[in-house]
Design a protein around this ligand. Structure first.
Ligand code: NDP
Length: 337
């Protein structure tokens, strides 16, 4: 990697359906010389997240869409290569929305210095990153789980879902996962301690859920949407809570998506359905880090990452989230730690 040039991905066209490499242009540009008050960061790891698909659609949302010609937005961790900024020194590890590129020159705004940690740097994009915040605050604050209740989580073997289920176990719930392969289901039960897991690609989902959740479902952590949400509404208990975290089955839709057919059950079962955005809880990150660090050190929490090599892989690797071939937090490694 040259220190004078930067390779980066700029959005070329808005994707139609799944993301294609040709939706982006990989370009080389000179790195600007540092000015007083600036720092230059070398990206080490980029986080690939399902929400990125939504950022490519030209519609109002919780963040503005990425514009044609702009660098693809994305969370990253990196190392400060050079600094003329009073708060950052060469060698600091930092996190921020540095985007799909090798290096970034910044004035320090939105750049967080990472504390020294015995955990690998990738943990800042997973356990202590967006997935960690999403699962911790989504389940505990939005879902309001109570000991002895049944928690059902979809996308259960994913980065967010696998943490949600483990927090549920730590809090004394019966935890059931929904995932897309037998291998994933086995990992959930045998490695992570879920009470049961069902493969939504095999057999009738409702029958499987009735068996796995004999007392019904009190808290449903929704990562997927579509037919799975519809089926789950039919097994919810009265006064159950549905935490709407994500609807990944719809992110690549090319036509209008129908609403849940079983929506009337929200009335008869007096369900509470609430969406949330993880960053709403940004001011409470310390709370999460303390709990996760304690649980992780006590061996109560397991976590895995799926690291794809090379900046050039980013636009194709992101589809692993949508075809289910990722095994853990999906990350692109851009340079050596
Ligand atoms: P994951 O690691 O869970 O990867 C995505 C998984 O989704 C895939 O592995 C696949 O697993 C499953 N999946 C993909 N397409 C479908 C489909 N059509 N039907 C059913 N399952 C599908 O990703 P994350 O942990 O990063 O994200 C999980 C969810 O959390 C997403 O919906 C995301 O948008 C949401 N999220 C929300 C945030 C918020 O602030 N509200 C913040 C971060 C994430 P399988 O093999 O089981 O099908």
């Amino acid at each position: 990697m040259s220190t004078t040039t930067n390779r980066l991905w700029r959005l070329a066209v808005r994707p139609d359906g799944m993301i294609k490499q040709s939706d982006f242009n990989l370009v080389s540009e000179p790195v600007p010389a540092l000015q007083e008050g600036q720092l230059r960061i070398r990206n080490v790891y980029l986080s690939l997240d399902p929400a990125m698909r939504g950022w490519l659609i030209d519609r109002p949302s919780y963040v503005p869409p990425v514009q044609i010609g702009e660098i693809m937005r994305g969370l990253a961790v990196g190392v400060v290569e050079e600094s003329m900024h009073p708060k950052f020194a060469k060698g600091d590890t930092v996190q921020g929305m540095f985007g799909w590129q090798e290096r970034v020159v910044s004035n320090g705004e939105g750049v967080t210095k990472l504390p020294a940690s015995p955990l690998p740097l990738t943990a800042n994009l997973g356990l202590f990153g967006l997935a960690g915040m999403t699962s911790y605050f989504g389940l505990l604050d939005v879902g309001q789980p109570k000991e002895g209740e049944t928690l059902l989580v979809s996308g259960a073997a994913g980065s967010v879902g696998s943490l949600v289920g483990q927090i549920g176990k730590i809090k004394g719930l019966r935890v059931v996962g929904i995932a897309g392969s037998d291998d994933k289901c086995e990992w959930l039960v045998n490695e992570l301690g879920f009470d049961a897991a069902v493969n939504y690609k095999k057999g009738d989902l409702r029958t499987q859920l009735k068996e796995a959740c004999p007392k019904g479902v009190d808290v449903y952590f929704e990562n997927v949407g579509g037919e799975i949400l519809d089926t789950v509404l039919s097994v919810m208990n009265p006064f159950g809570r549905v935490v709407v975290c994500g609807l990944i089955s719809q992110y690549n839709a090319t036509e209008k998506v129908p609403g849940p057919y079983n929506f009337a059950m929200v009335i008869s079962k007096r369900l509470r359905i609430q969406g949330f955005i993880a960053t709403d809880f940004g001011s409470r990150v310390k709370e999460m880090i303390n709990d996760y660090a304690q649980w992780y050190m006590a061996g109560k929490l397991k976590y895995r990452v799926d690291v794809v090599q090379g900046l050039e892989a980013a636009p194709t690797a992101i589809n692993k989230l949508f075809d289910g071939s990722n095994t853990g937090k999906l990350i692109v490694q851009v340079s050596e730690v």
